[in-house]
Design a protein around this ligand. Sequence first.
Ligand SMILES: Cc1cc2nc3c(=O)[nH]c(=O)nc-3n(C[C@H](O)[C@H](O)[C@H](O)COP(=O)(O)O)c2cc1C
Length: 306
Amino acid sequence: MADLSAKVGSLDFATPVIAASGTYGYGLEFDGLVDWTGFGGVSVKGISSEPCDGLAAPRMVETPAGMLNAIGLQNIGVEAFLSDKLPRLSSLPIRVIVNVWGNSPEQYEDVVERLGDADGIDAIEVNLACPNRKEWGTIFACDPKLVATVTARLRKKTRLPLWVKLTPNVSDITEPAKAAAGEGAEALSLINTLRGMAIDPESRRPLLSNTTGGLSGPAIKPIGLLMTYEASRAVDVPVVGGGGVASGRDVAEYLLAGASAVQVGTVNLFDPSAPHRIGRELDRFLDEQGVAAARDLVGALEAPAG
Ligand SMILES: Cc1cc2nc3c(=O)[nH]c(=O)nc-3n(C[C@H](O)[C@H](O)[C@H](O)COP(=O)(O)O)c2cc1C
């Protein structure tokens, strides 16, 4: 067996495989249904100050090698999360990452403050990258200045490790990456979904009630790899990579590109045991390659052949 342990800033993980926010509920729904071995952690559905109903249905549509979603960050709100979810979630044998969002810097501060330094939270992941919030006007993570402002303000509000989640909807990922790292992000998570749309040609209508949504799944893996590669070379904080991961081999690719850990999203929607399977596949891949530890792959990409 290979050593699967991973390190992201100050946190050690049993494996580099983390279930991505929005694709694993609040984590505990799956307790008793899945084998937690192979999981490094779960990032819970994005939490806001107040409960949020999200957008109207239809909110998901399949696309070639992926899907579009426009959930609109539906969640139960920070108070219910702390009282109804966190106590049981924190007893599971996995790291707990709490993904948060707001419609303004003040709302981000409010949710982070109310999470406090609650027992059982290992890190806060700040989602600055949702493509489905009309209230934002633009995706916050498209604007490096806004990334810097929100990161700096939140850094003062918690002692927990702060991960900042970035969007691929930019021409140069290194700019927001440097902005977050420069203001105290302990790690960067990338990528969130890419903006997209789907149309029914018979009805001549968009397939999502929101018209546009976020593209995820295997279709976006080459973009996630590129952004992980570029961001991890531009900053000296760890990158938690992801986008389209569905196998242990995919995890190895992200580690080679420079990720210290890897998020697994869309595949969970049709196979909630995917992180367990992917952890086992990574182990087998490392054994086959004669690699002693997953960490040995981080950033170990070789120059192109020829
Ligand atoms: C249905 C759905 C809901 C999501 N909700 C969130 C969310 O609340 N917060 C967040 O930061 N990312 C959210 N994401 C983005 C994922 O965490 C992940 O970054 C993205 O889907 C790319 O990974 P994948 O291709 O493996 O799905 C969501 C994705 C999907 C498919």
